[in-house]
Design a protein around this ligand. Sequence first.
Ligand code: ZN
Length: 202
Amino acid sequence: MSQTNVITGGTLENTQQCFPSAAALGIDSNLEPTHRPMVYWPDSRLSNKCEDVTIFDEEVEQLVYDLVLAMRTRDGIGLAAPQLGRQLNVIVIEQLWEGKNHPLALINPVVIDVDDSISFTTNEGCLSVPGYYEERSRPYSVVVEYYNPTGNEKVIELQNMNAFVLQHELDHLYGKVFVDGLSKLKQGRILNKVKKTRKFGK
Ligand code: ZN
């Protein structure tokens, strides 16, 4: 999902600035980007339930690399595999703390605890629905089990904005986009916005 209206539509020339923290992500630092076009709502590929990764090989590392690159070149703070056309349970998020971004890749993530006694509210957006934002509240804290790209099992608790982004990306793995529940009338207006935003090269 994207936090701001700025979608830079980055090019491969700025790969070096955008990428990576390969070591922090646990992926090979010698990978090169693969061309994977962004999938835009209401493409039906965003409506499928994704499958678990079963083999942790270079293909998974490559997907993580491409997801982080696509997220960063568009100033997003999270991206899920179906948004690049892969129906796999793989998401990346940009964890924000101490004023810095820390990319995190979660393979086969499963929520094991949610604290919904407090909620976190912000403008929700999505790189697959460019140009549209809507205020939404989600539980403040989530604990999730996942694998890193090399197949090691991990557990992490995320809070506030980081938890919000995680929950948005998890929805993608279930084939849910944040505008799905809105009325047909509203969806029509959003679709016009998406078309307009894409027409101007974003
Ligand atoms: Zn999204």
